[in-house]
Design a protein around this ligand. Structure first.
Ligand code: BDP
Length: 498
């Protein structure tokens, strides 16, 4: 089936499942109450808030992030005019820097205790080289997209000296396109693959990280860093912030961002991975935000969610790749904006790179009746490669929806949607115009809000035939003069006063 055929097929099957939505339209919408606290401005959403996360193993194919990859460049540009590409993932701790064609893969350092998680290929069987050509092409790709990058450096199976050698070339080649280095991916999980679980702690990690960061700083004056890039364990941010704050000012590496990851759930077989659960508000988000923010303030840094998505281990079919995940993305990204995050990077990329990050497979494929049927690989990717084309998936449109808030200052709201599962966010653009987003995650009930005094503007709607449709549509904007806005079940809307 071609990608177009596939789209048409899913659109038709989704249309057949439309009945609950139609029923909702027939009902009178529940009225929601929205109050904006314009006198208490919140955080400003950076212009480069929106980002994507890829396995840095993608660099093993220098033609991927390259100026010749026009289809991918077009998708990046259409998503955000100035986004952030994060390169990392599990593969960043098995890559090695190959400065010349004759360079040989270095031996494993003595502090590595290699483990192979059950059912996976050995981490080192999946190691690969990063070459100068790949980094040069990456620079040209970033120039073509007008994006910047967060560059992952191996901590799990490398040495400070090798980290510094790579960093010199990367910093020189990427220039202003490099935001910062991220040394080590999800170090809180190193006990599974690279270190002795019994003795591996946040302090041990920080000692190793500092040795690598200091080697990089000595070689690249002005180098900036993001850390700890943890999978879970938000208290690791507290530990590293205390350790950094205790260093003499001249000994402190320049920390740009305190970083962490977030997956709503996982693995794909987890019974919690249902749209119903995904579309509830997860209290963990606010808790992690609070801890991360406190750590960032302590070290004078920003904070960013550098890798995340709906379901770890590559995502789940019918969950990560459907419209429900787009509504989740819009809601989650706007909640991070209102908590003052510098940005969000949803994880994705090529099936091979993400499968390799997981020891060689995408377990979600085992849940498909026919794994050979065309599908996004990995399931959660914002941009899929299907039949040789780069296809924007539902979560991509969730991010694009939130891109409307770039540069705006969040305005706290009180929102009472009654019995409807909906959320709302507001902001003010630098020109003083108000933006309001309502995300109606309810599968059956529509909601209606009244906008006193702000009725002229443009509406952007994020919609699909149903929560389980394999598609999303983001409208280009329609004029409105009505002070009552109806947000149908399973859809989202932005009102832009103008
Ligand atoms: C994260 C890893 C990334 C994986 C992802 C996943 O950093 O490399 O691809 O989870 O499990 O833990 O999908």
């Amino acid at each position: 089936m071609s990608s177009l055929d596939r789209r048409r097929f899913v659109a038709l099957t989704a249309a057949a499942a439309l009945t609950p939505n139609l029923r909702a339209f027939a009902q009178t919408a529940a009225t929601a109450k929205l109050t904006l606290h314009t006198d208490q401005p919140g955080p400003t959403v950076p212009e480069d808030f929106i980002g994507l996360s890829y396995e840095i193993q993608q660099l093993s194919d220098p033609s991927f992030f390259a100026p010749s990859n026009h289809g991918l460049i077009a998708q990046f540009r259409a998503l955000a005019p100035h986004g952030v590409l994060r390169l990392g993932g599990n593969t960043s701790d098995v890559g090695w820097w190959k400065p010349t064609p004759n360079s040989k893969q270095p031996p494993l350092p003595s502090n590595v205790i290699l483990r192979t998680p059950p059912g996976e290929q050995s981490p080192m069987a999946l190691s690969y080289a990063v070459t100068p050509e790949a980094v040069r092409n990456l620079r040209a790709f970033l120039d073509a997209t007008d994006w910047t990058t967060l560059f992952g450096i191996n901590l799990g199976t490398s040495t400070p000296q090798r980290a510094a050698e790579e960093a010199i070339f990367v910093a020189k080649t990427l220039g202003p396109r490099l935001e910062f280095f991220q040394v080590g991916n999800e170090p809180d999980g190193f006990g599974r693959r690279f270190r002795d679980k019994a003795t591996w702690t946040a302090d041990r990690y920080f000692d190793e990280w500092l040795a690598a960061a200091n080697a990089i700083r000595a070689a690249v004056p002005g180098a900036k860093f993001g850390l700890p890039d943890t999978a879970g364990n938000p208290h690791w941010s507290t530990v590293i912030a205390d350790r950094i704050a205790a260093l003499a000012p001249q000994d402190r590496p320049n920390v740009a961002d305190v970083t962490h990851h977030y997956y709503f759930t996982g693995p794909p077989s987890n019974p919690k991975a249902t749209l119903d659960q995904l579309l509830k508000t997860d209290p963990r988000v606010a808790k992690v935000a609070e801890t991360t923010r406190a750590a960032a303030i302590k070290v004078g840094a920003k904070y960013r969610m550098t890798e995340g998505n709906s379901c770890y281990r590559g995502g789940k079919p019918g969950f990560s790749d459907v419209f429900g995940a787009a509504l989740w993305t819009a809601d989650y990204a706007l909640s991070l904006a209102s908590f003052g995050y510098a940005g969000i990077n949803l994880h994705g990329g090529s099936g091979k790179a993400v499968a390799d990050s997981l020891g060689g497979t995408l377990p979600g494929e085992l849940l498909m009746p026919d794994p050979k049927a065309p599908h996004p690989r990995p399931f959660y990717t914002p941009i899929a490669e299907i039949d040789g084309k780069y296809v924007a998936e539902p979560v991509y449109f969730g991010l694009k929806f939130v891109q409307h808030f770039a540069g705006a200052t969040m305005v706290p709201v009180d929102f009472d949607p009654g019995a409807v599962n909906a959320t709302a966010y507001a902001a003010k653009l630098p020109n003083g115009h108000t933006l309001i987003a309502v995300i109606n995650k309810d599968a059956t009930q529509s909601t209606e809000i009244t906008l006193p005094g702000r009725s002229k503007g443009t509406l952007y709607r994020l919609s699909a035939p149903s929560l389980t449709a394999h598609e999303a549509n983001l409208s280009n904007g329609e004029r409105t003069k009505s002070s009552t806005l109806n947000v149908p079940a399973a859809s989202a809307m932005i009102f832009l006063e103008n």
